[in-house]
Design a protein around this ligand. Sequence first.
Ligand code: FEO
Length: 392
Amino acid sequence: MGDTELVKNVYYVGAMHRDRRLFDELIPLPEGTSYNSYLVIGSEKTALIDTVDPDKIEELILKLKALQIKKLDYIIVDHAEQDHSGGITRVREEYPGAKVVTNEKCKGMLKDLLLLEEDVFISVKDREVLSLGDKSLEFIFTPWVHWPETMSVYMKETGILFSCDMFGSHRAIPDIFKQEGFEGPAKRYFAEIMSPFRNNVRTNLEKLKVLDIKIIAPSHGIIFKEAKVIFAAYEDWASENVKNEVLLAYVSMHGSTKKMVEVLKAALMARGIKVHLFNLATSDLGEIAVALMDSATVIIGASTVLAGIHPLAANAAYIVNALRPKTKFASMVTSFGWGEKAVEVFKGIMTNFKGELLTPVISKGYPKATELTEINRLADEILKKHKEIGIG
Ligand code: FEO
């Protein structure tokens, strides 16, 4: 890896996890990920900001040794999730005097997750400042990006914001400052991690706006030496705006649902609507999450299995429901042989969905003229609904 000094005496000491392919055993990682940890050497005290995933902790230890760090005063913990906190115990083995500095909520979580004892902690409050001598660390509570205890750290002497998960991206790339091409991975990460917390993201952006932030150093992916670029992208992604687009995700066992989906796709495109088409048997969940961010409408296409929705479609509906998208309209196209409960199951899954459920299209067997007419009716309705909200 190239240069790792952000500014004088502030170092990247994190680890790249290039061959990690899943996060939370769920989210695909086409470019791996990184766990960003930072070392701040003040004139009087030295602090480590976050650790790394336990799988990579020895890399962090080696980096601290290479920098000839003999004493560590503080381990700042912005977030209790173990991809950042999981290395604390090992770091304290090497640096037994290091105090764990975090907020009360995070402290409670770290006791539960890592079995840390009360006496290792120093608790801080929102906007409290910790002096390292010629540098200072201000703790800014930024809850729900990603968990309720999440906080950021601002160093006013350098204008660096250590933002933890917020502004991150899952990438393991050699140059941690390579800002070009950031948008795709950062948007994908936002879609997967931040999207359900859009309201909190907006609140936190307002809180951070008053600071003179020059550099954003998140806990995953690249470091932004031009902070305003990713800040502006977040303002856009966290908005409630949607586009004249439809997410059409389907699974088809014997071709009936596939035919319905193909006809619907063509009908929507003929009406000037952009369609994001995904075959759920082969698609990347991250790409579906990105398409979901912009789509005004979600349509799930599903074969029927044992009288209910095909499990791949059920999983897609579950993910859509969990991500609480800004999507305004949803519906289904579905086919069945002998059991007709797919729509019922779909509605039962989509309990968080606050938009409007449009009348689905259901085909007994292969779609015939009646169903194909119905599909065109659904396309007409989607266009009408999009026009009503000013995007058609
Ligand atoms: Fe990267 Fe929520 O941990």
